[in-house]
Design a protein around this ligand. Sequence first.
Ligand SMILES: [Mg+2]
Length: 375
Amino acid sequence: MISHRLIVLSVVSALMVWAAFLPMQNVSAQSVLLSNLRTSEQTAAAPSKAPSKASSMVKSEAAASEQHSVLRKLPAKDDTVPDPFLNPSIPPASPPDVGAILQSSGVEDALESPKSSPRGAHEDLDALLWLRTSVEFDALTRQAFAAATQKLGEALVDPDWEALVAAERTGAASASRPPCVIVDVDETMLDNSGFQLERIQSDTEYETDIWNKFVKRRASPAIEGAADFVKACRASGVKVFFVTNREAKVEAATRDNLISQGLMTASDPDQILSKNEQPDWTSDKASRRSIVAQNYRVLLLVGDDLNDFLSAKNLTIAQRKLLFQAHQKNWGQSWFVVPNPNYGSWEQATIGNDYSAPLEKKRALKMQTLGEAAQ
Ligand SMILES: [Mg+2]
C-alpha cells in the first residue's frame, strides 16, 4: 500500500512540476519568435548579409500565408482560361482603352465640340421647345384670351371702364367714344417661333434685316385663342387696334399675315400702328395708345410685354416689379398677358438693357443676375 501511495505521489508531483514550467516554456517560445523576427528585420535592413535560418522560416511562413490568401480569392479553376495568378508567365489582360473606344465611336468629338456640348446649347432652346411643343403654352394663351373675352362684356356696360394709365388718356368722357381694344402683334396675336427656330438652327442672334425678311414671308400662325378673341370683339362691335413694333415698311406683310390667320378682314381699314409710321411713333408705344384714345374708349390691352401696357423701357428689374405692383388691379381685369419666355423687356432688364453687348458678356450678366436673384 505504502509503495503504491509513494508511486501515486511521485506521479502527481511530477505532473505539478511539469505544469508549473508550462508558462515558462511558452514565454521562452515567444522570446525565440521575437528574437527571430528582430533578426529577420535586421537581415532585411542589411541585404548583403546572408539571411539567418530563423528569418527564412518567418519569411517562408509569411509567403505561405500570402499565397494562401491569394488562392482563397481565386475563383474555381477553369482549365480553358489562362490564369495569370497561377501561371505568372501569362501576362494579364490589358484594361479596355476607353479613349480609343470614344474616339472610334465619334462620342469624343461630339463631347469636345462646343456646339454639341450640353453646356453650349443655344440660350433659347428650352423656351422654344416649350413654345412649340407644349400644350401648356397653348392652354395659357387660350386661357388669357378667354378671360379677356369674358371681361369684354363687363367693360362694355361700365361707362367708367378704362384700360389706359392716366398719363395716356387723351379723349373726352369715356362713354362718348366707341369701344376698342389694343393688342400687340408679335407673340401676342402671331406666333413667330419659326423665326426663333431659325436662330437656334443657325446658332445666330436677332438681326433687324433678317427679321424683316421673315415678316415678309407672311407665314406666322395665330396664337392659340387669338382668332376667337377677335371674333368676339367683332361680334360686340369693338374695334381691334394692332400697336406693333414691327416697322412701317413691312406693314403690308403684317396686314396680309393677320388677314390670313383670321385676325383681321380684308375690308378692315388701317388698324395697324407700326413703329416709325409717324415721326414720333418710337418703340415706346405710349404715344400710339394715346392717339387711339383720342377717338376710342380703350377697354382692354393684350400683350406679351410690360411695354404693351404702359411705358416701361430700360427699367431695372426692381423698377419693373414696382410698376407691376402699382398696377396690380389691372392684371386680369383690363390687362391680359400671354407668356413669352423667349425675349422681351424682361430679358433686357437682366443684361442692363444693353442688348448690343457681345453674347459672352450678356451670358455673364445673366448668370450674375441669376445669382443676385437667388440671394
Ligand atoms: Mg410682342
